[in-house]
Design a protein around this ligand. Structure first.
Ligand code: SF4
Ligand code: SF4
Length: 106
């Protein structure tokens, strides 16, 4: 049987897209925010507070292993949205795709 190609990853930006759109098995959705309640903004990037507290959890969730989210506009355009940006995410995505240059996968 043919072996699958090696998974291509990029450096994690800390954009939080993965945790907002597809929470892991430890994720718990905050009904108001509509994304995982453990996802926190540190003023520069999005971080998982569970991973910050436990290396074991970080290892189980492959933290630091890179990003394989190619369909993610934030990763493709190297943009980190702030909590303020997320109040009108579709407007932000329109601005990003109009103004910034897309960064091709490796
Ligand atoms: S860059 Fe990728 S792995 Fe890192 S937070 Fe964004 S979507 Fe998740
Ligand atoms: S528990 Fe942490 S890694 Fe999992 S979805 Fe929530 S913020 Fe992301």
């Amino acid at each position: 049987m043919e072996q699958p190609e090696e998974l291509v990853t990029r450096d994690c930006l800390g954009c939080g897209f993965c945790c907002r759109k597809s929470p892991c098995f430890l994720g718990e959705i905050d009904p108001q925010k509509k994304y995982c309640k453990h996802l926190v903004w540190n003023g520069e990037k999005w971080r998982c507070e569970l991973i910050l507290k436990s290396k074991t959890i970080g290892k189980a969730l492959y933290a630091g292993e890179g990003c394989c989210s190619d369909a993610n506009t934030y990763q493709r355009y190297k943009v980190i949205p702030t909590p303020e940006d997320l109040k009108d995410e579709s407007a932000l995505l329109r601005r990003i795709t109009r103004r910034k240059k897309c960064v091709s996968p490796k």
